[in-house]
Ligand binder design. Sequence first.
Ligand code: ADP
Ligand code: ZN
Ligand code: ZN
Length: 746
Amino acid sequence: MTPASAQSYPQELWTKTSVVLQVAIDTPLRRVFDYLPPTQSQEFPPLGVRVAVPFGRQRLIGILVGIASESAVPLLRLKAALEFLDERPVYDPITFELLRWASEYYHHPIGEVYAAALPVSLRLGQAALGSTEHWSLTELGSEELAHPSSRRAPQQRALLAWLAEHPNAATDELSEPFKPAQLRNLQLRGWIVGSITEEAREAGALQVRQGGLALTGAQFQAVETITATLSSFGVHLLYGVTGSGKTEVYLRIIAAAIEAGGQALVLVPEIALTPQLVARFRQRFTTGVAVVHSGLTDAERRDAWRSAHSGQARIVIGTRSAVFTSLPRLALIVVDEEHDASYKQHEGFRYSARDLSVMRARGAGVPVILGSATPSLESLENALSGRYVKHLLPQRPGGAKPPRMSLVDLRRHAADQGLSTPAMQAMDHHLRAGGQVIVFLNRRGYAPGLFCNACGWVAPCAHCDARMTLHRRAQQLRCHHCGAQEPVPTICASCGQALLPVGQGTERVEETLTRLFPQAPLARLDRDTAAARGSIKTVLDRVHSGEARILVGTQMLTKGHHFPEVTLVVILDADQGLFASDFRATERLAQTITQVAGRAGREARAGEVLIQTEFPEHPLLNRLITDGYESFASSALEERREAGWPPYSRLALLRAEAKDGAALDSFLKAAAGSGHALGEPDIKILGPAPALIARRADHLRAHLLIETAARPTLQRFLNSWLPHVEALRGPKGLRWSIDVDPLEVD
Ligand code: ADP
Ligand code: ZN
Ligand code: ZN
């Protein structure tokens, strides 16, 4: 993708001899479909417009992605497209190219990729730009007003009179008591006519309130340096410890970028969890902020998309898929918490929104800021090698100190339901002193196992190689891998003895803490308590208002919250990540610990963090708590280099699943065989190996790992290999997928 070629659409492709439309259609087939132009069409639109085509017996809407003079199908057998839906592309030119690139890079069907970038209503053919109808009186209407034909319907007469006073009024300017349906009535009688205008393609109004804060020296330097590079491509890693004021830096640079007429795209991991961030944007930029996330209805999503596409919205804040929002005047991209795993889509089109942001910024020739208190090892390595520019915010403004971290040896201290005596004492101390306390455990439910003391039986999931989790309040066993639910058995299925819950989940921790600290109201935040719409806000409000004194939760707690009164964070079980098989497990653990710890002592009161572990001598944990994240990261990078893992190698994972294990194995062996047969010396094909959960929802799962040193080698290999894999006859019901740059290797 080069900026130059992406700036304009190749209009000149239309020649007398070019008669074949190449259309990307939302199907799992990895190809475009050829059509003749619609028989009616006189003028040909540019690439990137929607086109309706016959597909089997259906009428489908695809995207015009190419024009050719010939087709592999004889011209006589090609069908004609039905109609073009747009005069102008529904993607900005950079995104149009980005999507094509992404479909090649992630080896995902092009039609699905182009579809993924549009709101559903646009995929179904709704207008790309909102339109408004304006109304005025006809001669008949004026006559009616002057000499009413009847004394009935005073409302109609009132509306006519209003329109006479407001010539050319738009439908949405109508106010009580008039209703749009009444306009139709007048129109039917021939008293008024409507004319339709598309929404303006103009920059929306902009109102920026200056922030009251005086920047710290480090903030000032980051703002100055990045602002000076606006309008040229560059990747800026904003590495600022938790609470160091990264958001203020974003706000200042965005203000500079959009004051010149540009648009800014801001990606965040999860909007429901960070209402404060959106609020800060709305406060600073009083107009033109559009928010896009999965909780919107499709109509809301369409409206946000339209306002971005038309240029009305000046700032788009959104989650992963917002990276594809059409922004014709894009001037800056910000990716907040760039290390967050939610930027990678885990099924279907497996893209990384962070990586695509970098590609998009490059195509558009604008800067991209990757912000984090715990940057991914990939981004740190890119900064080390000079590809990214690193900006440090090493301190919290206003003198807030980083929290004091220490380890609690679970082998030496008695624990009551997973809570050690030192942790209990610290909680008591902080609560008495008026602080709030966070207790973190990355496991929801009551207990991760229901166990028979007599014979050792553990309640299994009938469909997975996994244990059921006890959810006591819901009185269910639930499988966290396939979603299966069962009533809770009262006796052991094997020997008939009583069963005991083993291990801790957040629900059980809540129970324990309520018993130990009855005077301290508690709030719990995990996927179970957050399931109902609006409940996340309720939980966060209880903490912010100070009503709740203890906050128990999972991963959801780590995401950018700012709780000024929290002075103690207890991490109940650091060991889950220490010995996990995935090569990224320790990186994730270090990020999680640092992020949760960062919720403590963000303002005047000093913070304290206690980490419970059975392995207090573990070098990773020690490095992290004595020297901090960056020191951990440099030793982790060293390990990656020695082991040849990313960022020092490139991976792709071919995942497959089927009910029949032998057939699954032979499919993957055949796939590996066809890969070996290509004779690429620099490609390693590892496996087949079973997935971590080798059976899930009654399907056996296994994979092949492809490893090589350089991206181009990997791409070349996948291009020649995947057609062979597609041609393999797998067993019935076999599903496979390719994941380029997988986050998890299982
Ligand atoms: P981060 O995003 O790096 O975790 P935030 O942007 O949320 O940090 O800032 C943490 C707190 O510090 C916020 O309450 C913010 O208002 C405050 N803050 C940011 N910059 C300054 C500054 N220059 N002076 C004083 N307070 C600041
Ligand atoms: Zn038993
Ligand atoms: Zn299951």
